[in-house]
Design a protein around this ligand. Structure first.
Ligand code: ATP
Ligand code: MG
Length: 457
């Protein structure tokens, strides 16, 4: 191995602001880096194509008056396609947590918020350069492969609470059967995880489980999606197409958001669920498949039936067994376990070592109402992990999150509290962007500022 100056790390810095580039150049030169600077995404791609770098430090915004970060995010995606082993650290404006999270999802190894702290920036760069070098030498290949393998494992259904025990028992007993199962529960309670678990426990596990979000299908596409079509059946039908029922033959079909199937299509669905028989659109040939049907909804189908929006005979075919998932707020005992599981998962994905949650943080998690249930918990842990300074998640890391509100109904607040609540929510929704929040709230910018002061926000 060459030793001379190949050990001097080469860093490419991209930002459209000259003062930022100058500050970084001074800082990094002083630390013995070789640094090159560019001012546009195009120049980044050109430089990466021409020379080897140990690390890229890139800004997400390049047109002065935009803060959307789209240019930076697109650049990230391109860089990932070119060379996924090249470490990229992104710079974001202070407070734009959503953007930082999105960048990490697209392959950034870490992020720095502007204005940055020199010490943190240097630590991040050093760590990522070392990791990147190891990765490229193949030292970490095994670990990476492990990561990939873990990534494709089906999700695990975690539950320790008393109210989840009947659910687990039901899953174990009906999983291996041929029974059609209707899974109900609020958004994010784990309905899809249950469907995957049922399929995995069944003799059909070696065959695919095909998922269709039937609620998202329009009247026009419903039949063709589910049953397929033959060439020429309608204007856009340029070739034959196999529908989801055929794809799932021998396996499991998971019909998600079942309550949203238009009434007019429910009869067609009923027939195939009852008999396994259907025709491709434009064909008169009857086909037959062997599928087990799992379905899910967050609606109350009894109510839908009473309102004549859902067919009772269809429900009877779908809910041979019904599994209801309680909302997370009714099973707070599950929160620490789930939180640790998500922390492990996200920490591994982002290659950040973490030890867990402080007692205060766990207490905050336990008190919250979780309107978005387990999915919200997962997102919150991901963000907290990205924001945390140390290797423990502290209560303050959770405080910054959108949607974190005490368990208290609006009707228990006075008007000022409701107003403050709404403002906090809206600001969080727009990542602290006062202009956008003011517009959404129907206030002028200065009126919003006055209220921010009044409520000490
Ligand atoms: N008990 C659990 N153990 C582990 N992970 C879980 C559990 N429940 C939910 N999750 C995770 O939480 C997220 C949301 O779960 P899922 O998609 O199954 O919810 P859902 O009920 O289908 O939501 P929606 O109604 O919005 O479609 C997923 O990432 C899932 O892996
Ligand atoms: Mg779902």
């Amino acid at each position: 191995m060459k030793t001379t100056d190949t050990n001097t790390p080469r860093v490419l810095v991209a930002d459209d602001q000259a003062d930022v580039l100058e500050a970084l150049r001074l800082l990094l030169k002083g630390e013995g880096y070789r640094i090159e600077t560019v001012t546009s995404p195009a120049a980044v791609l050109e430089a990466v194509g021409a020379r080897d770098f140990d690390l890229l430090l890139i800004d997400l915004n390049y047109t002065r008056d935009t803060t959307s970060g789209h240019e930076g995010l697109d650049l990230l995606t391109r860089l990932q396609q070119l060379d996924a082993t090249l470490p990229v650290v992104v710079m974001t404006a202070w407070g734009s947590v959503e953007l930082a999270v999105e960048a990490m999802r697209r392959g950034a190894r870490d992020f720095i918020q502007k204005p940055w702290e020199n010490a943190r920036l240097l630590t991040v760069l050093r760590t990522q350069i070392e990791l990147g070098r190891a990765l490229r030498k193949g030292e970490q290949l095994e670990a990476e492969n492990q990561l990939l393998r873990d990534g494709v494992k089906p999700p695990i259904l975690l539950a320790t609470s008393a109210s989840m025990q009947p659910v687990l028992q039901l899953i174990e007993s009906v999983g291996p059967s041929e029974a059609n199962v209707l899974i109900t529960g609020e958004n994010g309670t784990g309905k899809e995880v249950v469907a995957q678990t049922l399929h995995a426990l069944s003799p059909r596990a070696a065959k695919p489980m095909i998922t269709v979000n039937v609620g998202a299908l329009s009247e026009g596409t419903f039949e063709s999606e589910l049953f397929g079509h033959v060439k020429g059946a309608f204007t856009d039908a340029k070739t034959d197409r196999v529908g989801r029922f055929e794809l799932a033959d021998g396996g499991t079909l998971f019909l998600d958001e079942i309550a949203n199937v238009p009434l007019a299509q429910q009869a067609k669905l009923l027939r195939v669920v009852e008999t396994g028989e259907f025709e491709r659109v434009g064909s008169s040939k009857t086909r037959r498949v062997d599928v087990r049907i799992l379905s899910a909804t967050n609606a109350d189908l009894k109510e839908e039936i009473a309102a004549n929006r859902f067919r009772q005979d269809l429900l009877f075919r779908l809910n041979t067994v019904e599994i209801h998932l309680p909302p997370l707020r009714e099973r707070p005992e599950d929160i620490p376990l789930l939180a640790r599981y998500f922390l492990n998962q996200h920490a591994r994905r982002y290659r950040k070592p973490f030890n867990g949650f402080s007692a205060d943080a766990l207490a905050v998690l336990a008190r919250y109402a979780w309107p978005g249930n387990v999915r919200e918990l997962s997102h919150m842990v991901e963000r907290a992990m990205l924001l945390a300074k140390g290797t423990m998640i502290e209560a303050r890391d959770l405080n910054l999150q959108a949607g974190r509100e005490p368990v208290r109904g609006l009707e228990e607040m006075n008007l000022d509290e409701v107003e403050a609540y709404l403002i906090r929510k809206t600001l969080a929704r727009f990542d602290g962007n006062v202009n956008q929040a003011a517009e959404a709230l129907g206030l002028s910018r200065s009126a919003l500022y006055r209220r921010l002061q009044r409520y000490g926000l």
